[in-house]
Design a binder for this molecule. Structure first.
Ligand SMILES: *Cc1c(COP(=O)(O)O)cnc(C)c1O
Length: 226
């Protein structure tokens, strides 16, 4: 099975349920990304700013680039000119910096809030209560930000019921927020959850974006990491 077959298989599986595929191309070459592009894929996800800004100019301009990894505030300026969606906003300060840099290039930057749902210590993200507090605050004043929804990463485990319950906790928060009066620049329309190993569960639990790397491009070689 090559990249083309994998893309076609995912598109056939996701289209009927209206879930969009993000092809996670981190560590993979521009040639492999082009192969996926030629199979019809248009949304690609990267987790490092340096790698993203290296690849982006070498590839077609109609690709929608999504940042899915932790973003340092001093690197926001490099991606605001072209980024389509930042999945990994994990602090109020980062949101403010994205707003500042968005204003400089006169672009409203679409963001998701990354919520910590896993039972692991190392993951970034807001706690559920912090997200609720954020929406009670004055984020409507951040004119160059649109919050489109939430993102979460489940624990890396074989325990499917644990994964399901983590996705459910994110979906519950999403639904609760949806029923509230949200700030004018915030909506709950996108829920980014699910990766190669757990995307089927994520879809059953209400995902709108799945982020799939290995199941499309094959394994990643660590020494290719930039
Ligand atoms: C790498 C990565 C993915 C894709 O993981 P696979 O298991 O290769 O599908 C999805 N989301 C995030 C945040 C990632 O860093």
């Amino acid at each position: 099975m090559g990249i083309k077959n994998n893309i076609e298989k995912f598109q056939a599986e996701l289209k009927p349920v209206k879930v969009r595929l993000i092809a996670v191309s981190k560590t993979h070459s521009v040639d492999k990304i082009r192969e996926a592009y030629e199979s019809g894929q248009r949304i690609f996800g990267e987790n490092r700013v340096q790698e993203l800004t290296d690849k982006q100019p070498q590839l077609p301009a109609d690709i929608e680039w999504h940042l899915i990894g932790h973003l340092q505030r001093n690197k926001v300026k490099y991606i605001v000119p072209f980024i389509s969606l930042i999945h990994s906003v994990d602090s109020r300060k980062l949101l403010e910096e994205i707003n500042t840099q968005g204003e400089k290039v006169n672009r409203v930057i679409h963001c998701l809030l990354q919520v910590y749902i896993a039972r692991e210590e190392t993951k970034f993200g807001f706690d559920i209560s912090e997200v609720e507090q954020l929406f009670q605050s004055d984020i409507a004043s951040l004119k160059f930000i649109d919050i489109d929804g939430l993102m979460g990463i489940a624990t890396l485990t074989e325990n499917k019921e644990q994964i399901r319950s983590e996705f459910k906790s994110l979906k519950d928060l999403f639904d609760r927020l949806k029923q509230q009066h949200l700030p004018s620049n915030s909506q709950m329309k996108e829920l980014s959850m699910g990766m190669s190993a757990d995307y089927k569960i994520a879809i059953e639990e209400g995902s709108t974006f799945v982020r799939v790397g290995t199941a499309i491009f094959g394994g990643r070689e660590n020494n290719l990491k930039i």
